[in-house]
Each structure stands twice: as C-alpha cells, then as structure tokens.
Ligand binder design. Structure first.
Ligand code: C2E
Ligand code: CA
Ligand code: CA
Length: 613
C-alpha cells in the first residue's frame, strides 16, 4: 500500500519566524492519499523510486509543509513525527544536497531522523531544489534510504533533477498552490476548513473564528492599479506578519482570500476582555512601510463563534466575512457576526438582483397614477406617476422599500429611466385622446446630475411631449443636500420648461433662505401634517401657515394626503392651489385613468363654493 502524507509545517519549523509559526489547532495535520490526492506527484515519485531504488521520497516546501511517499507499507498512518533540520535547509536552498551515509556525515549524525517506524533510521539522503515554471523556488524533492550509498551516479542525479523539474513545472504545483498562498506562504482556505473541522471534532464546544480584511475590494484594486502587484504582495506579507505578532503562539494563520486572513482562536472567552481586539485593530491601523512607501489600510476584524453542528453544511468564512465587512465601516474596527443583519443583507442582495432583472424584463414593474386636483376649478390638472413592483413570489413590494434599495444598489438611474420612458409614453397617449393633463414624476437624489436634463429632454422629444407638461418631484432633503450644485441642475431643468416640486415638505430641515433660492415651482406639504388636520388643531395651524408662507414665497402649494371630505373642505379655505389624496382618488392603473377622468366631473372647488353661496 502506498501512503502519501502531509506533515504540518509546525513540526518542521518550530520557532522559525521566516515561515509562519504554523502550529495549527491540530498539529498533526496529516492528509492521507484518499483525502489529499497528488496524482502527478505519485506518478513522478514512482518513476523516481524505480530508477534510484529508494523506498522513501518527500516533497518539502519552503513553507515547511512536506508531502511523503513511501513505496511499500513503511509509512505510519499518522506520518512521521519529527523531521531533521536538514530537510528544511534543503527546501530553502537552491543547491542539491547529498548525504551518502549518515553515520559518517555530520549533517545527519545527530540522527533525529524522520521516521519512528518503517525501514529504520535513514542513512542515505539526497535532495534537489524544486522551482516553478516562473522560477519561483518552492522547496526540495528529497529521496531517502535506510541503506547507505557509495556514490550517486550521473544517471541517478539526472533522474532526481528531472523528477524535481517535472514536479516544479506543474503537476504538484497545482495542489501546492491550492493549500499554500504563494505570496505570504500561509496555508490556504482548504487547510483552514480541515483544521477548523478537526478542532471542533476534538470535543471543544465551540471555537472563535477571526477574520482580518485588509481593505474594501475596490480600494485594494485601486491600490494595485496605482502601485502595482509587487507592492500589493509586500503589503499582504506585512499585514500577515503584523497579524501573526498578535495571534497566540499556538495559533495558525491562514490566507483565506486575496485580501483576507483567518485564524481559529482557542480562547473561548474572547469577548470578556475586548481590549485585545482593540489592540489588533490599532496595530493594523498603524501605517505600513511597504518598500519605503507608507500606507494606511482600512482593516476590518470579524468574529464568529461556531460549534460543530453549525459547521456542518455551513460556510463559516462567508459569515465571518460579513462581520469583517461591517467592521471595516465601523469606528471600532471589529465586529461580531450578527445573524439578523446577515439575513437582512442576504435578502437585500437577492432583492437587488431581482430588481435589476425586473428592470430588464419589464413585466413585474408597473406604474400607477394619482390625480392632483386644482382647488380653484375642482378639475384634475396632473397625475403623479408612482412605481409598483409586483414580485412573482413576494407579492407587492412597497415603492418606499424598493426605491431605497435601488438607491443603495446604484440602480436608481435605470429605475428613473424606466419610469420616465413609460409614464411619458403614457402621457402622450392621453394627450392624443384629448386629455389636457400634466405628469409629475418622482426623482431621487442620485438622479440629480447634469445627465438628468438630457435624459428628460430626450424622452420628451421622442414622445413629442412639451416639457411644460412635466414636473419633477424632489424631496425636500434632496434639494437641501448640496444646494449650489443642485441649484445649477434645477435651473437647467427649469430652463427647459419643466416644473419642479419640493416633495414631502415639512419632513426635512429647510432653511427658509435656501428654500427661497431654489428654482422650484411648487411645494407639496407632507401628508403627515395633512392627515393629522382632522384631529389636531396644531397640524391644521401648521398646514395653514406653511401654505401661506409658501405662497408668499411664490410657490404653487399642493397638499397631499387628503383622506377625508372635511380635510378637503378645510384646505379649500387655505392658501392651497392643489390637493391630492385618497379622498380624491387612490393611485390607479393607467387603463382606469380615462374612465376616472370621464366620471369625475370635478371636485368641489372654490368657484363652486362661491357659486353656491
Ligand atoms: P410620495 O412621492 O410622497 O408619494 C405619495 C405616496 O402617498 C404614495 O405612496 C401614495 O400612494 C400615498 N398616498 C397618496 N394619497 C394618500 C392618502 O390620502 N393617504 C395616505 N395614507 N397615503 C397616500 P406610494 O405609492 O407607496 O409611494 C411611496 C413613496 O415612494 C413616494 O412617496 C415616493 O417617494 C416613492 N416613489 C414612488 N414611486 C417612485 C418613483 O417612480 N421614483 C422615485 N424616485 N420614488 C418613487
Ligand atoms: Ca411624490
Ligand atoms: Ca410626498
């Protein structure tokens, strides 16, 4: 039976700081041929054992890991327990090494030999450096025999060289790279999973997984574009080294992503004293001196408490990444995994994907229209387009929810474009059918750029709609956000002839002077005050005085949220120009609008009130 085993680097490099002090939760770290197949390695070493007549071959990586091959049944199932320093010396040098007889050669004399069982103490040892195709030195291929040799013939030397170069040029490299990061030499994600599993199987009730994220991905990519890969590699090595100074001596550090490290902490009371975590963050926030250039990173330290049953079928790295991602944005710099937050983010992510799809396929999205009535005439003068999303399984998703989602996910431009296209096309149809009405559209803060003017003009021209038939509604807070730039864009919109409404007025913190400078045409008093008018004299007073003030400032005043006839009657007596609300009409499907307009001969109006007096 052949056995291929991997020896944990800690056994080779105990106390050595050049390679990570990689004593993991499970120092044995032995992989058998079944769970760690290196088919290329097997084939090459089989050829080697035949041509050199040696029973034992090892690939020793300069990180300290070793892969063993024993032809026959000699290798104990749990692998060799100790390894002579000569192996590591060979793995880290570019020269070949030959010890013909350990009994007469100083280098193997102290005989802390690699095998505690099997063919007995090693007398013959030879090694050849292994380099990859790109010239990276990854370790040494070693052959051993309990029999001493008198010499190593030319052909034996060249067989060993050929085998080393075969291994270096590819076959083993793949699996080597799969387990050890070529830049930091830290063990990889798979090793992390193996070790975490073993750790939890050892009867520990739970473990803490800690992840260190170096920087947000976009920032790291920008950094590579500016500084190059060599600098980025150096930075990762520096971050790894600083993290290693912090982790307890018995803890192994893994590189689990391009810019992410993880470790399994033996401490079950990690949160009892959080100064240790603060200390890690402080260390990572100190500038790094990389190739002479100082750089500050934006680290995030994530923590996850996990037990064996949670590990089954779970993805601990995804969970802990969630925490480290949140930590990057937090002043404290570290965060514990929060299941509720994670669930929310997952749902949000799924929903964003679906919203993007809905924006493309256009059958789930729809528009409803709500009439705005002129209080002087009682006639409908405009319709406000309100987006609707009917999700096939989740049902109707409220616009307040998906609009905010689109805003966060950068989908607002597409959503607004969709709304403009559809509502303006619809308005063109109504105009052709003889309905003299305007259209108001809701626009959000991320829409408000130089592009918006062009987009609006484009769509309107295509549907032959005059811009004076359109009004854009911006919330009060949007308008107050960046007043100088905002004012410029709004002025451009006004110059095209479109109206501008300040939506939800009263919910923000407008400064009246700034408000007066806004080139807005109308002001919509927020429905929260209007709805309260029936029960609160206070709200009634607010609406009355805000309406008066707004009118004095030259705005057309619109009250929204008019739910009852008594509120409607009240606003008739105020300085209000238009009303909108469930009492007049609920938002409705486009196909119901013509019938509503026809049936609706006009709401009570000031004129009607005057006439009836
Ligand atoms: P909004 O612009 O203030 O729209 C008015 C909201 O109040 C609408 O809710 C409307 O259905 C509701 N409403 C109208 N009259 C009454 C009433 O008398 N009583 C009550 N209780 N509610 C009334 P909806 O359609 O759920 O929209 C919510 C918000 O979502 C809108 O508030 C707007 O900010 C946003 N939104 C909707 N469609 C779009 C869109 O196409 N683009 C953008 N950017 N935002 C949109
Ligand atoms: Ca609105
Ligand atoms: Ca509103």
């Amino acid at each position: 039976m052949r056995t291929t085993t991997e020896l944990g680097p800690g056994q080779l490099a105990a106390g050595h700081r050049e390679t990570p002090p990689a004593v993991g939760p499970s120092p044995e770290h032995v992989a058998t041929a079944e769970n760690f197949a290196v088919p290329g390695f097997d084939a090459v070493v089989r050829l080697l054992t035949r041509s050199l007549g040696v029973p034992l071959v090892a690939l020793v990586l300069n990180s300290g890991a070793a892969y063993w091959f024993a032809d026959g049944n000699e290798l104990p199932a749990d692998g060799p327990r100790s390894l002579h320093p000569l192996f590591l010396q060979a793995a880290r040098s570019l020269a070949s090494h030959v010890v013909l007889d350990a009994l007469i050669d100083d280098r193997l004399r102290d005989a802390a030999l690699p095998l505690t069982a099997g063919p007995g103490p090693i007398r013959f040892f030879a090694s050849e450096p292994v380099c990859t195709l790109t010239g990276q030195h990854i370790g040494a291929l070693c052959v051993m025999d309990p029999q001493p040799r008198a010499e190593l013939s030319e052909s034996e030397q060249s067989a060993l060289r050929d085998a080393a170069s075969l291994i270096g040029t590819g076959v083993v490299l793949r699996s080597y790279l799969g387990r050890t990061d070529p830049i930091t030499q830290l063990p990889h994600r798979y090793a992390f999973f193996d070790d975490l599993r073993k750790h939890l199987q050892e009867g520990v009730p739970h473990a803490w997984v800690i992840a260190v994220d170096v920087a947000p991905v976009q920032r790291f990519n920008a950094f590579i574009r500016a500084m190059g890969h060599a600098y980025a590699d150096e930075l990762m090595r520096a971050v790894a080294a600083r993290t290693l100074e912090w982790v307890p001596p018995e803890t192994r550090l893994y590189q689990v992503g391009a810019t992410r490290f993880a470790a399994v902490l033996p401490d079950h009371h990690l949160l009892d004293d959080t100064t240790r975590l603060d200390d890690l963050v402080a260390r990572l926030r100190r500038p790094f001196d990389c190739l002479g250039i100082p750089l500050t990173i934006q680290p995030g330290v994530g923590l996850l408490k996990i037990n064996a049953s949670e590990l089954r079928g779970g993805d601990p790295l995804r969970l802990v990444m969630n925490a480290s991602f949140a930590a990057q944005q937090s002043p404290r710099g570290w965060a514990v995994y929060n299941r509720m937050q994670d669930e929310q983010q997952r749902q949000e992510f799924l929903l964003v994907t679906e919203l993007a799809a809905a924006l493309n396929d256009r059958t789930e999205l729809d528009l409803h229209y709500q009439p705005r009535v002129d209080l002087d005439t009682g006639r409908c003068v405009a319709l406000e387009a309100l987006a609707r999303w009917h999700h096939p399984t989740l049902g109707n998703i409220p616009p307040a929810h998906f609009v905010a989602l689109a805003e966060r996910a950068g989908l607002m431009h597409s959503l607004t474009q969709w709304v403009m296209e559809h509502s303006i096309a619809q308005l063109a149809t109504w105009h052709r059918d003889g309905h003299d009405i305007k259209l108001s559209l809701n626009v959000s803060s991320s829409d408000l750029d130089a592009d918006l003017v062009g987009r609006l003009r484009d769509v309107a021209e295509r549907h032959k709609i005059g811009l004076d038939s359109l009004e854009l509604e911006f919330t009060e807070s949007t308008l107050m956000e960046h007043s100088a730039v905002t004012r410029r864009h709004l002025t451009a919109i006004r110059q095209l002839g479109a109206g501008i409404a300040i939506d939800d007025f009263g919910t923000g913190y407008s400064n009246l002077a700034a408000l007066r400078q806004m080139p807005a045409t109308s002001l919509k008093i927020d429905q929260s005050f209007v709805r309260g008018m029936g029960t609160s004299p206070h709200d009634e007073a607010i609406v009355r005085s805000v309406a008066q003030l707004a009118r004095n400032m030259g705005f057309r005043v619109v009250v929204e949220g008019v739910e009852t006839s008594s509120i409607y009657e009240s606003v008739l007596g105020m300085a209000c120009d238009e009303a909108q609300g469930f009492h007049i009409a609920h938002p409705m499907h486009a196909r119901d609008v013509p019938a509503w307009l026809a049936a609706h001969q006009g709401m009570p109006s000031r004129r009607a009130v005057r006439w009836s007096e």
